[in-house]
Ligand binder design. Structure first.
Ligand code: GLN
Length: 470
């Protein structure tokens, strides 16, 4: 029996290399778990039919000496990442049968590395949500307690890893969609610097915010994935060329905490755990300072204008004509109306309406332009803050995983999940969520660290340190 509970990429690699087990044997353990648990958890929407061929390719790499760290590693990928010939539905009825015609750049990298992509995972429709209940294909449940949500929007990927149905996974972040489910499922989740990983072949939600983001059980695992996928891609005009990927110098040990952001209501047990985590960092030689980022409190407000504006533009292409869900009607306008009304779910329609409104003549300056200005101010403020501290710490989410069905009728309560995530997405800085203990019901706590642009290495260093002392 292969023990996978504490398995990491490096240990799996060693074992595959020295023949303790084969790629196929390792894969089979995860497939067994999928058989046992996926029906209840709904983490995967599809298990690919070529997983054994992928395992053979990986085995071949071990035989001919071209295997790397990711060779034979079982991955789950979010349903908005294109893989040629496979369905990518973004959790939406409108793309239910859409088959990708090319590989996303990150998938090309994984294929080249010989990773095994087990299947595509459930998500909130077009990545809009914080609980994976907005999927057209049913909610995903939290493997730690199936009566709870796994977080979202990449909840399927998080549940796949936490439920031992993949060793690691890819999700995407527009605002917290990997850090929040990582926190809810007891995993590590990294949102890289904007422009580090290619967005080519990712179904767009908010282009100026989206980033492919890895999940793992350890900081080292997400570091390995980040390093394998972080590279300039000429197919993505927002990908940053290698020579411009330079961060601030001098990794010090100063952690700033924006206590003023905690006013919005943080669960007392999260607060307590967060303070304990800070104490641990202190003992490990870090200095904890209070910081003031007054504009950050407008992050959510700015995000919920900029994102729907981009969403309404991006989703305009789903018109029922070119591809995706199609409804017959008497005329073209009728086709658009019917296809879109029935193809999109409630949250998608809500955001299309909001976005169209804030971009419309007469409201553009009042809302969209203002939000853009606020975003620039937030970015500047965060960059200034990094003149005095090296990392910023908060919890990733203000509350613990909630019940399936909760907050569904109250979109604003759901939007509050993102309160600590938004500054990193708006400013493009890298940010990581790391498990920081459990409560008496076994539910995970988590700490979030944010670093200056291109200083993922500081997150990894502090994160590994924290793993060794938590
Ligand atoms: N909670 C965020 C939202 O609903 C999640 C967005 C994301 O990161 N994909 O917009």
């Amino acid at each position: 029996m292969i023990a996978i509970t504490n398995l990491t990429i490096e240990t799996a690699h060693e074992n595959l290399k020295n023949g303790a087990y084969t790629c196929r044997e390792l894969l089979d353990v995860y497939l067994e778990n999928i058989k046992r648990r996926n029906k209840e958890l709904n983490a995967y929407l599809e298990i690919y039919n070529d997983v054994y061929e992928q395992a053979e390719i990986a085995t071949e790499k071990f035989k001919n000496g071209t295997a790397g760290l990711l060779t034979g590693i079982p991955f789950a990928i979010k349903d908005n990442i294109l893989l040629k010939g496979k369905i990518a539905s973004a959790g939406s009825r409108i793309l239910e049968n859409y088959k990708a015609t090319y590989d996303a750049t990150v998938m090309k990298c994984l294929k080249k590395a010989g990773a095994i992509v087990i299947g595509r995972t459930n998500m909130d429709e077009f990545a809009m949500g914080s609980s994976t209940q907005n999927s057209a294909f049913g909610a995903t449940r939290n493997p730690l307690d199936p009566s709870l949500v796994p977080g979202g929007s990449s909840g399927g990927s998080a549940a796949a890893v936490a439920g031992e149905m993949a060793l690691v996974a890819l999700g995407t972040e527009t605002c917290g969609s990997v850090r929040e489910p990582a926190a809810f499922c007891g995993l590590v989740g990294l949102k890289p610097t904007y422009g580090a990983l290619s967005r080519h072949g990712i179904i767009a939600m908010g282009n100026s915010l989206d980033q492919v983001s890895p999940f793992g059980k350890t900081v080292r695992d997400v570091e390995i994935i980040f390093k394998a996928l972080s590279q300039y891609d000429e197919e993505d005009s927002t990908s940053v060329p290698e020579d411009l990927r330079k961060g601030k110098n001098s990794a010090g040990k100063k952690i700033g905490v924006p206590w003023h952001l905690f006013k919005e209501g943080v669960d007392p047990s999260i607060m307590e755990n967060f303070k304990e985590s800070l104490e641990k960092f202190k003992k490990a030689g870090y200095e904890i300072l209070e910081i003031e980022t007054p504009t950050s409190k407008y992050s959510l407000a700015a995000y919920y204008i900029i994102m729907p504006a981009e969403v309404s533009t991006n989703l305009a292409r789903f018109d029922g004509m070119r591809y995706g869900y199609h409804e017959e009607a008497d005329n073209l306008l009728g086709v658009y109306k019917k296809s879109r009304a029935q193809g999109f779910g409630r949250e998608a329609r809500r955001r299309i309406l909001l976005g169209t409104y804030v971009l419309s003549h007469g409201y553009y300056d009042a809302y969209y332009n203002k939000a853009i200005k606020v975003r620039q101010k937030i970015r500047k403020e965060i960059m200034n803050t990094f003149e005095t501290v090296d990392l910023i710490a908060t919890p990733p989410a203000p509350f613990l995983p909630f019940k399936i069905g909760e907050k569904l009728e109250d979109p604003v309560a759901m939007y509050l999940c993102d309160v600590f995530n938004a500054p990193a997405n708006l400013s493009g800085t890298p940010s990581i969520a790391i498990p920081s203990g459990k409560n008496n019901k076994g539910l995970p706590f988590s700490i979030q660290l944010t670093a200056p642009h291109w200083r993922e290495d500081w997150l990894f260093e502090a994160g590994k340190k924290f793993e060794s002392i938590r």
